[in-house]
Design a protein around this ligand. Structure first.
Ligand code: NAP
Length: 289
């Protein structure tokens, strides 16, 4: 089978020909239809993630496809894949035939585009957990979202509106009125500039740090303003994210939620890894066989 492999941290991925994996107890074989290229894959590739598969490895933490062999699912079943070490502690999804722990599989609704099935998990569950598990968003609250053009940001905007919140993608739009909740997906100076727009007693969920990973903290101001800084860690919140998947997939299937996806051939993983770092790109990247 064809598989993308990484031989060292930061070294460009290459397309290899590898032997097909064989069925094993506790594992499922899935014919890949689309495999996501996301920021987490870049972090693992850079060597900066807290874990990584043994080198050389097949990257990819998410995908969608059809079951070839599994003790849990019938052949032909459409599934999404994510978690249980896929692409972080063991080989991942950027290959024609994925060898995954049974626990990594979930069912995809009939008719849902496979590329969307590969790409939905991180932005949809992150936005949902940020708003509902961490922030406890209520109808009528005012919400500011930074990075609202991004995958997580745009999904946060959609889900917050669905809950009846009043949502702003830029602080200036809030017309001088403070917000109850900030969801920051950008970090660095963007987060620093957005925080003063949160009302005293409000909360800020910290999701990403593309623009910088440091935040100066004046402790006196922090105590006086009493804004709760709440981290999102989707690896720790995996169970809450997975629990939300069926209803998120239902809303993606009927178009109530929208997420853009850009396809790259499997052999162009390096281009996809580069594309997701470009300012102004829209949606998520997936590799297709
Ligand atoms: N904590 C967690 O568990 C968790 C879960 C999921 C994702 N994340 C992280 O969340 C972040 C966002 O993910 P994503 O999939 O939404 O990424 P994305 O689709 O690439 O979107 C990035 C967003 O950030 C904006 N941006 C990037 N650099 C910026 C800068 N220097 N100044 C201002 N805005 C900037 C982009 O604006 P433009 O459109 O103008 O370029 C875009 O709106 C990533 O860092 C990701 O690793 C964390």
């Amino acid at each position: 089978m064809k598989a993308v492999r990484i031989s060292g941290f930061g070294i460009a991925p290459v397309l290899d020909e590898l032997p097909e994996p064989q069925p094993r107890a506790g594992r499922s074989l899935v014919r890949m239809a689309a495999a996501t290229v996301g920021h987490i894959d870049r972090t693992v590739w850079s060597g900066a993630f807290f874990a990584h598969p043994p080198l050389p490895y097949i990257p990819g933490v998410e995908a969608a496809g059809t079951v070839v062999a599994s003790d849990r699912h019938a052949p032909g079943q459409r599934v999404w894949l994510r978690g249980s070490g896929l692409g972080t502690t063991e080989n991942g999804t950027w290959c024609e035939l994925i060898d995954a722990p049974d626990e990594a599989l979930g069912l995809l609704p009939d008719g849902l585009d496979m590329a969307l099935g590969a790409a939905f998990f991180s932005p949809c569950t992150s936005a949902w957990v940020a708003l509902h598990e961490i922030a406890g968003l209520r109808a009528g609250e005012r919400v500011l979202v930074t990075g609202a053009t991004g995958a997580v940001g745009s999904m946060t905007v959609q889900l917050a509106r669905e809950t009846g919140a009043v949502v702003f993608a830029r602080a200036e739009e809030a017309a001088g009125q403070p917000v109850d909740l900030l969801v920051d997906t950008v970090g660095g100076p963007m987060l620093e500039a957005a925080l003063p727009h949160v009302a005293p007693g409000g909360r800020a969920v910290l999701v990403g740090y593309t623009a910088g990973n440091l935040l100066p903290l004046n402790i006196a101001h922090f105590l006086q303003r009493d804004v709760a800084l709440l981290p999102l860690n989707m690896f720790r919140r995996d169970a809450a994210g997975r629990a939300a998947v069926p209803s998120l997939l239902a809303r993606l299937s009927d178009g109530r939620l929208k997420l853009e996806v850009k396809r790259f051939p499997l052999g162009e993983a390096a281009s996809a890894l580069e594309w997701i770092t470009q300012r102004g790109h829209r949606g998520r990247a997936v590799l297709v066989p």
